[in-house]
Design a protein around this ligand. Structure first.
Ligand SMILES: Cc1ncc(COP(=O)(O)O)c(C=O)c1O
Length: 461
């Protein structure tokens, strides 16, 4: 038995209790579950050495300082960071992107290139800079079905962009971009590359020195860490060119009443007392990931995704987003069911099958709005998911199809999108068209009725 086979036992949220079987948690793209070792590391801090690093000289402070900097070393190794002083602790990827965006010295007319499939965390800030600083934001249109067209990017790289900011793996359809190739092209054109690694780092080995990116942002709560923990990683010399977003205690070497000198990176970016328990917990999270093996995680995700994809392949009403091959979107199975509102589907799957998925626009409103779509359902896989979880999802979707009549207008092809090579444009669910909401309601246990669409998650990542 491998560490991966045993993994499920280590996650308290998956243990269930008599009469309450554990759920099939398929929402790790939003936030992963934490193993006991992460909880223990956080408790250890509060129980054994609850001090503040870098301030007091007593033993608690010494111990936490030692462990906090040790965690930085561990994250640098884990990600192949160019140097350990380029690892900055932040609350999440959103904050990491904001540190970069607010830290660069923008000139009016500077160009920023994103893709047309970015999370709001990698879009809204650029739009604000456009309004306030006169930069130009341009979107690279990604071909449907997960294909990559490097020439399309190449054409946008002249004249020189100041910054290209793209996802590594999409939270919408699970596709990954060829980051090394993009880094080379962007650098040849004289720009810098920021990569949103939120959905990549938890699921595959990441070697930043090899990828050659300028900035890498990620959330540790998507990779077994506690909530509100994330990283910005960059060469420390690159970080030194950024103006810190927040300044104050811990960021300075000295102050007078009129002046101060900032500490070098990473400390100038870590203002105020830090989330020591969170950082130490997150370190335990990556140690857990290392024991399981990131290649193993990727293969495991892909196997579960393939199982669901092939089970639903012959359902003409099910349409899958992104690449046709599950191996090219291993951690994410995003889909729509003709005639079923995605939020109703999510409520139905939870209430009727204990399957926890995400529905809505997954914080990529721009992508759905451009296609006139109301959203989709997203099941995301991680190392603690089992084949039973995958089968529960399939059963739930099949029951949904049985209970809710097909819409009056059939699909254009009559075949499942899972089989079509270009499956990036699922049919929109027709709100209220069938008995979708009623079926979801009828499967919902008492006391949940009030939740309705409030839990749609349309506004969050
Ligand atoms: C691709 C991507 N980028 C950015 C984010 C934002 O992450 P956070 O809310 O942890 O900052 C998410 C969250 O789902 C994401 O999936």
């Amino acid at each position: 038995m491998t560490n991966l086979d045993r993994a499920r036992e280590d996650f308290p949220a998956l243990q269930g209790s008599p009469g309450h079987p554990p759920p099939a948690y398929l929402d790790s793209a939003c936030m992963s579950l934490v193993p006991d070792s992460v909880l223990a590391a956080m408790a250890e801090y509060y129980r054994e050495f609850p001090g503040c690093a870098g301030r007091s000289l007593h033993r608690f402070a010494e111990e936490v300082g030692h462990r906090y900097e040790g965690a930085r070393d561990a994250f640098a190794r884990f990600l192949g960071a160019p140097d350990r002083d380029g690892v900055v602790f932040v609350r999440n990827a959103t904050e990491a992107i904001n540190v970069v965006g607010n830290g660069l010295d923008w000139q009016a007319g500077d160009r920023i290139i994103v893709t047309d499939q970015e999370h709001n965390s990698n879009l809204v800030l650029w739009q604000r800079l456009a309004k306030e600083r006169g930069v130009h934001v341009e979107a690279l249109e990604l071909p449907d079905g997960g294909r990559w067209d490097g020439d399309r990017l190449e054409r946008m790289l002249r004249p020189r962009p100041r910054l290209v900011s793209v996802f590594h793996t999409s939270n919408l359809d699970g596709r990954s971009l060829p980051i090394r190739e993009i880094a080379d092209r962007v650098h040849d054109a004289g720009g810098q590359l920021l990569v949103d690694g939120c959905q990549a780092a938890p699921h595959q080995p990441v070697d930043l020195a090899r990828l050659g990116v300028d900035f890498y942002a990620l959330s540790l709560h998507k990779m077994l860490g506690p909530t509100g923990t994330g990283l910005l990683v960059a060469p420390s010399a690159t970080l030194a060119e950024l103006r810190p977003l927040i300044v104050g205690g811990e960021t300075v070497e000295w102050t007078t009443l009129t002046d101060h000198r900032l500490r070098p990176p990473p400390h100038r970016f870590e203002a105020g007392l830090q989330n020591y328990a969170g950082v130490l917990g997150a370190r335990a999270g990556i140690e857990y990931l290392e024991r399981v093996g990131r290649e193993e995680v990727r293969a495991h995700d892909a196997a579960l995704n393939a199982r669901v994809t092939s089970a639903l392949e012959d359902e003409p009403r099910v349409h899958v987003l992104g690449p046709a091959a599950p191996s090219e979107r291993p951690s994410i199975f995003g889909f729509t069911v003709d005639g079923v509102d995605p939020n109703d589907a999510a409520l139905f799957l939870d209430a009727g099958h204990r399957v926890l998925v995400r529905s809505g626009m997954h914080c990529v409103h721009s992508w759905y709005a451009a296609r006139g779509l109301s959203g989709n359902v997203r099941a995301s896989f991680y190392l603690y998911n089992s084949t039973e979880d995958a089968d529960a999802l399939v059963r739930g979707v099949r029951e949904l199809i049985e209970r809710i009549p097909a819409p009056a207008v059939p699909t254009p092809t009559g075949t499942s999108a899972a089989k079509r090579p270009s499956a990036a444009r699922p049919r929109p669910s027709r709100r209220g068209a069938g008995s979708s909401a009623a079926a979801a309601r009828s499967a919902r246990p008492r006391g949940r009725a009030g939740r309705g669409r409030a839990g749609s998650g349309a506004g969050s990542g």
